[in-house]
Each structure stands twice: as structure tokens, then as C-alpha cells.
Write a protein that binds this ligand. Sequence first.
Ligand SMILES: Nc1nc2c(ncn2[C@@H]2O[C@H](COP(=O)(O)OP(=O)(O)OP(=O)(O)O)[C@@H](O)[C@H]2O)c(=O)[nH]1
Ligand SMILES: [Mg+2]
Length: 258
Amino acid sequence: MEKLVIIPTYNEKENIENILSAVFGMNQDFHVLVIDDGSPDGTADIVKNLVSNYPGQLFIEERKGKLGLGTAYIHGFKWALAKGYQFIFEIDADFSHNPKDLPRLYDACKKEGADVAVGSRYVNDGGVINWPWDRIVLSKGASYYTRMITWMPLKDPTAGFICYKKEVLEAINLDAISFVGYAFQIEMKFAAWKLGFKIKEVPIIFQDRTQGISKMNKGIVKEGIFGVIKLRWNSMFKNYRNKVRNTSNELSGVSAVK
Ligand SMILES: Nc1nc2c(ncn2[C@@H]2O[C@H](COP(=O)(O)OP(=O)(O)OP(=O)(O)O)[C@@H](O)[C@H]2O)c(=O)[nH]1
Ligand SMILES: [Mg+2]
């Protein structure tokens, strides 16, 4: 039980089979957990039909409705910790993140001393291709804004292509993570940073999706804008570290997961 890649999906029927083939095709012993939120396009059925092709390697958790990216990952993290995985990865289903970069994120944690490896668009040798200018402005703006407010020393704080060592996820009180969209990605990194974990940015080339539709919306942007201020505020006045640290020996909610 070494490496688990968590893929959250909502209406990804055009991408899911290909992304699974790409991850398993590397033959690097990655297991995959898909968290599907009742996708009306039948994404979960596609995955369930593929489970027998990848016995003991492919898993799916289905939730009843679209509950957001953040809670999907929290569900997946608890599942991964309950099963004893050592390295837990986040990746989008839409090939914006290249699965071939997974081993570089792994190496950063396994061999180069990072606790969290972040696939970063905005460090040297990183980049973005085919994204419309308004998405680039929004993403870069969000990065500057987050750094300005939180002082977190990361070039790509909204990144969603990550490898966490299990110790990081065990140390964080996952029930205290409250955001669901981009802000969730910022919040997880912020919590890891505040708890003293070492975060390393690994350059990646991010590509716009070519298949399926974006789930980006105004609510996600709004949550990001106010969420970052809330994080900073909480970290200043409310003993944020104690709130975000997991103090129980039990992993909360794991039994509810499986
Ligand atoms: N389980 C679950 N997955 C979600 C939800 N919202 C988005 N996703 C998945 O999260 C990943 C990222 O979502 P995207 O729609 O690609 O969002 P984005 O990358 O910001 O925007 P685009 O690349 O423009 O589409 C994809 O794999 C989605 O299918 C959700 O509510 N629940
Ligand atoms: Mg995407």
C-alpha cells in the first residue's frame, strides 16, 4: 500500500477511461481511487466496468450528488489513511495534469525530503498551455493575491496536482478543512505549511482540458477571494494551528468511509 492517486470526477465520461489507462499504463504501482459525485453522464458506470481489468488497483467511491471537489478529496484522504497508503496524490480527470508527472511528485516526497510536492505552473520550467487569457489572469491573480494575504511562500497555491505524505494528512484535522473549490487547495497547503511541513514545488506544464466541460463557476471564485482572507484572519487571532491539528488518535470519520 504505497501510492494512491485520487481522481475526483463529475461528468468526465470523455476522460475517465483514458486517464485510468494513462496512470496504470506507466506500470509504476499506482493505485487509483475515483470519487464520483453521482455524475449524470454515467462516469461511475464506466469506472465500475473497468474495476475487473485492474483488480486490487482501481477503486471507486460514489457519493449521491455534486458535493464539491474539497469534500471529495477529504473523503478520499480518509479512505487512503484507513487503508494505510503512504503517498496520496491529487490529480484532475481532464488531463490538465499530465499523469507522466506523477513519478516526479513521488520522487520529491520519497527521495528529496518534501512532505508535500506541488505540481507548479509558476516556477521556472513550469507553464500553462492552451488556457484562455482570462483563465490565466484569474489563476495568476489568485496566486499573487493568496501570497500577498497569507505570506505562504508558494508560487502556485491554487494548484491541484499534489503528492502528500501520509503523515501530513494524519496531522491535519480533516474535519476542520471547510472550503470546497480552489480555496480548498489553498487551505490544505496553508494548513500543512502552518503545521511546519516542507512543501516543494515541482515544475509542471498544465494544459487546458480538450474533452468535457469545466466545473469552474463564480461561487468557486468568490469562495477563494473571501476564503483566503478568512484563513489569514483565523491564523492570526484564533489559534489556527490548534484548530487545524489532528489531536485524536482515531482518524475522524474513517469508519464512516469504510
Ligand atoms: N467528485 C467531484 N469531482 C469534481 C467536482 N467538481 C469538479 N470535480 C472534478 O475535479 C476536477 C477539476 O475540475 P475541473 O472542472 O477540471 O475544474 P478546473 O480544472 O478548475 O476547470 P477546467 O479545467 O476549466 O475544467 C475534475 O476531475 C472534475 O471532474 C465535484 O463537485 N465532485
Ligand atoms: Mg480542469
